[in-house]
Design a protein around this ligand. Structure first.
Ligand SMILES: [Zn+2]
Length: 590
């Protein structure tokens, strides 16, 4: 490769304006930290460009990938349209080019050379002008190619050494833990990020164990003890509930604010072997790396207890189909509402209880008010208590199939719905007409001012603009409402629609209940009926009927007098009072 330095202008002059650059160059800058500035790389690049005016900068590519990543130059090799034959890849150093395996790096270079691409090195600091001398390299023959080969090997060695140092540091840490020199492996919480590598229920006492360091229980100790106690008989969701009732809050407060423990957090806590005092060495990706080291933390449970309780948990999780998060345990999910607060009701799925004789008793799932749950009962309760209502799927489905679908899909109900929508369209249209009049008034006054030779004020202009925008909004609202009216008018109604709905429920009851996909489909269909499930924790009664939802809250529920005839005495009065409350439209129910 001939040197280009003889063609290089002195003092790094700029390219003369009339000279056309013949070849393209792509500057490649690799950094390991996001947001890092590249002033040095940029300077080295500009120096090189100044010395090689026959090259034109096509692009500067900044790469955040690790240097070890393979096939990192495919974007260059595979894009001949953007980077034609003769294009040169400009790197600051060969280790910027590659820390891939030497063969991998060479393979990529071969692919580049085969494509007619070259590489040039522009060191920020070049002792003996070596890279300047060899210029653009287009094959492995000659001084430049050989040097690249050597440097690739060096870059790889360095990377290997760095990795070794990291592994060594990690091994030293694990050795210190094994030998009980905890101060050499951990720092007290808050002093460094190693605080995250020990459990939240302990703290490092650097003076403990004759100055070697010792873990002691901290303020969260009662919480972890309680979680393990409860785990014998309850699943994560129920434990979270009990902890909340007992006033425990999460060890991970959000922005300093106390937070309740979620069932997911509880379940994760119950997986940690650190509960029996073990430290589990890990490698990248948190995968276990060798045997756990016993006796590092004060034990919450003995190994025998740990294994026993884990066994119970696994039995509960698998054997009885409990708390699989994606189970769709509520067929009426996001259509079940609380009759007290109008908020969503969720279903805590079926749990199992181990009885004294060792047998397992299944406990039915329950509807629970999410608003009450989230606020510890503050925003929704029954005489201060949070009450669950048993979720019985078969009777619910039975009721749905017996629902007065004819009435729901009757032409009168349908006509009423159409009528309401028509009123809505009319109301929106009168708003639109109002906006139009206002705009016309302003436009006229502007015109008048102009005709009389006056100056139109910025206030008038602003007002005109505002009114024009408001008119467009109003026109859109009318169009949307009109579309909905058209859709309503073309909907199937009458007996056929009712028969269809009933058949849908029956078919699902016969074959779909155990099939997750069918359950999801059923839920989607239930959404389209406009019906909701109303759960009343006061009476433990559940009703199905049409409802209106605004921002995840039920704001309207149409009464169903049909149950009235089955109620007597106090129940009947309470029902009537509740039904009255539920008719309050527009506002939250209370
Ligand atoms: Zn509620």
């Amino acid at each position: 490769m001939a040197s280009r330095s003889d063609k290089t202008p002195e003092n790094g002059e700029k390219l003369p304006a009339n000279k056309v650059a013949a070849k393209g160059v792509v500057s490649y800058q690799r950094v390991s930290t996001r947001g890092q500035e590249f002033p040095r790389q940029k300077q080295a690049r500009d120096q090189w460009l100044a010395k090689h005016p026959e090259y034109e900068l096509l692009a500067t590519k900044r790469d955040l990938m690790s240097g070890r990543k393979e096939n990192r130059f495919d974007w260059l090799i595979d894009d001949p349209a953007q980077f034609p034959v003769g294009t040169v890849l400009l790197v600051e150093d060969i280790d910027r080019f590659s820390r891939m395996e030497v063969e991998q790096g060479i393979r990529q270079l071969f692919a580049m050379f085969d494509r007619g691409l070259g590489i040039a090195v522009c060191p920020y600091f070049d002792d003996d002008n070596f890279w300047d001398r060899v210029g653009v390299i287009t094959d492995f023959n000659g001084e430049g190619g050989e040097q690249i080969h050597r440097e690739l090997k060096r870059a790889r060695r360095e990377s290997e050494r760095k990795r070794e140092r990291r592994v060594e540091a990690r091994d030293r840490k694990y050795a210190a833990i094994r030998e009980g020199r905890l101060n050499d492996a951990f720092k007290p919480r808050g002093k460094s990020k190693t605080g995250k590598t020990f459990p939240f229920w302990v703290e490092l006492d650097p003076k403990g164990n004759d100055g070697l360091g010792k873990f002691e229980p901290n303020e969260h100790w009662p919480l972890i003890q309680r979680i393990w106690q409860l785990a014998r008989t309850m699943g994560g969701a129920r434990i979270a509930e009990v902890l909340m009732e007992e006033g425990f809050t999460s060890p991970y407060p959000q922005k300093g604010k106390p937070k309740l423990l979620s069932d997911e957090v509880v379940r994760n806590i119950l997986r940690r072997r650190s509960a029996m005092g073990e430290f589990q060495p890990t490698m990248k990706g948190n995968k276990p790396n060798g045997d756990p080291i016993p006796g590092v933390f004060p034990p919450v449970v003995t190994p025998a207890e740990f294994n026993e309780i884990r066994g119970i948990i696994e039995e509960r999780d698998t054997g009885l189909g409990h708390t699989k998060t994606k189970k769709q345990s509520n067929l009426f999910a996001n259509r079940s509402f609380c009759a007290i607060c109008g908020g969503l009701q969720g279903v805590a799925p079926t749990t199992a209880k181990r009885l004294a004789d060792g047998s397992i008793k299944e406990q039915p799932g329950k509807f629970r008010c999410r608003v009450g749950h989230r606020t510890k009962g503050r925003d929704c309760n029954v005489n201060g208590q949070q009450i669950g209502v048993i979720y019985e799927e078969v009777p619910l489905l039975q009721r749905l199939s017996e629902y007065r679908w004819e009435e729901r899909y009757s032409s009168t109900a349908h006509d009423e719905e159409i009528n309401q929508q028509r009123q809505h369209v009319l109301a929106l249209d009168s708003t639109r007409a109002q906006k139009q009049r206002e705009l016309e008034n302003v436009e006229q006054s502007i015109e008048k001012t102009a005709l009389e030779g006056g100056v139109v004020s910025p206030t008038q202009m602003n007002l005109e603009e505002k009114l024009r925008a408001a008119l467009i909004d109003a026109e859109n609202a009318v169009a949307i409402a009109q579309n909905r009216l058209n859709a309503l008018q073309s909907k199937t109604v009458g007996k056929a629609a009712a028969r269809e709905a009933r058949a849908r429920v029956k078919a699902f009851m016969e074959s779909g209940r155990d099939d997750l996909a069918e359950r999801e489909k059923f839920n989607a269909w239930f959404h389209t009926t406009g019906l909701v499930v109303l759960v009343d924790p006061r009476t433990k009664r559940i009703e199905i009927g049409p409802g209106k939802i605004e921002e995840n809250r039920l704001v309207e529920f149409w009464d169903s007098e049909w149950i009235l005839e089955h109620l007597t005495g106090e129940d009947r009065e309470r029902y009537l009072a509740d039904a009255e409350k539920l008719k309050n439209t527009g506002e939250r129910m209370s």
